[in-house]
Design a protein around this ligand. Sequence first.
Ligand SMILES: [Zn+2]
Length: 398
Amino acid sequence: MKYVIILPDGASDEPLPQLGGKTPLEAAHIPNMDSIAHDGRLGRIVTIPDGFGAGTDAGTLTLMGYDPRVYHTGRAPMEALAQQLTAEPDQLIFRCNFVNITDGKMKDFTAGHIHQPDADALIAALNAATFFGEQCSFHAGVSYRNLLLVSNASTMKLQSQPPHDITDQPVAGYWPTGDGQERVKAIMDRAVEVLREHPVNLRRREKGEDWATNIWLWGQGTPMKLESLDSRYGLKGVVITAVDIIRGIAVGMGMDLIEVPGATGYIDTDYDAKGRAALDALDRYDVVVVHIEAPDEAAHQGMAEEKMKSLERIDEAIVGPLLKKLKSMGDHRILIAPDHATLVRTKGHHAEPPPFCYAGAGVESRSGKAFSEKEAAAAGVFLDPGHTLLSEFLTPSR
Ligand SMILES: [Zn+2]
């Protein structure tokens, strides 16, 4: 049996005047997704449990069969998994942005999209510094997106603020708060001293670039532990994605990763290359997961037409060829499931339960007409909580 899971990030939406009162899924020409909705099980799924933000982290954990209320420890632990970082149970993992704070305001949460050699040099300087006896281990990621592991910190209970949500705002009200806040603030303050006179920053200041005045710690959590796909289902899986959160979940699940050249995570992603990589992977794996960030990205930019087109490209270059090959391979199932809605109107995520559909061996047709929010609601299937979807999809005998 072969299984394919397509994750069109943020594909769900609401009717839009720019699309003649249709949602992007309704307006798009997506005959392959429609055929899956028609031939199989169509419904809506609660991907974001109460109390969680409508993010790709919680949404995708749910779709991959893990209740976020049990397994979600934070965003940074997922990124640590993506980087294959081994963390100890007593450690707290933080996202550590290089940021520029000027006149007390968050001027730039990327420190001028600091380029890699500069970021690497600053990370090295931080690792060479002392932090009042705290055991701090900084790990370079990409550009401003780094990680910090703090030992003897797993019992801290902190609230923190994503720096991209407070651009141009005074940072004074947004330092981490809660149990352990003094320790974390002391680390952040000490980093200011380490960074201030570093040659990289002196040069950036001289050239008028946004320099890294501060580190901003957020998204913290203890190491995330998932049971593997193999131990749960006895299946070997692979994930194709250009996004770190999804890479982290894949690594946590013991799944392989395929990096596709040209898969950017943006609207210009190479759909054909992703489709070809998925087709190729079908020969070697039981479960092939393809995640496409483009619909989410288009909605974040408020572009209805682009979002619709990205869905059409996914249908044409990825879903269609996979369906065709699956049919030639014998027993199979295919699932289409967005992790959350991303609304073109607000340019933000929304927790409204998105549609899902799957078809294949042993799945009865409910004769849904198309893959859309409205048709999914009309089908009357409502999965709450949503993390049961994957086991229902991967265990046909049930
Ligand atoms: Zn998402």
